[in-house]
Write a protein that binds this ligand. Sequence first.
Ligand code: ZN
Length: 94
Amino acid sequence: MPIYEFRCESAHEYERSVPISARDQDLTCPRCGATARRRISAPRLSRLGSSAGRLLDRTAHSAHEPGVVDRIPGARPTAARTTTDPRHARLPRP
Ligand SMILES: [Zn+2]
């Protein structure tokens, strides 16, 4: 996500990484709580493509759409043994 500059009514300036689709929404100033509007400036896109930028984008994305996993990432799947009856081992397998 690009970084935009915001300025509140009390002239506090700060930068925030905001999705392009939400760039025109007003934010709350972290220092005084007043409404902060985006300043017209060039979005900082230089971070895009870097590993730090990808990490920040992935973190922001997972906040809204967390991934669902069925095992620990990187772990090998283990076959669940459900029976100890030896006759079940002779049953046909799919
Ligand atoms: Zn402020």
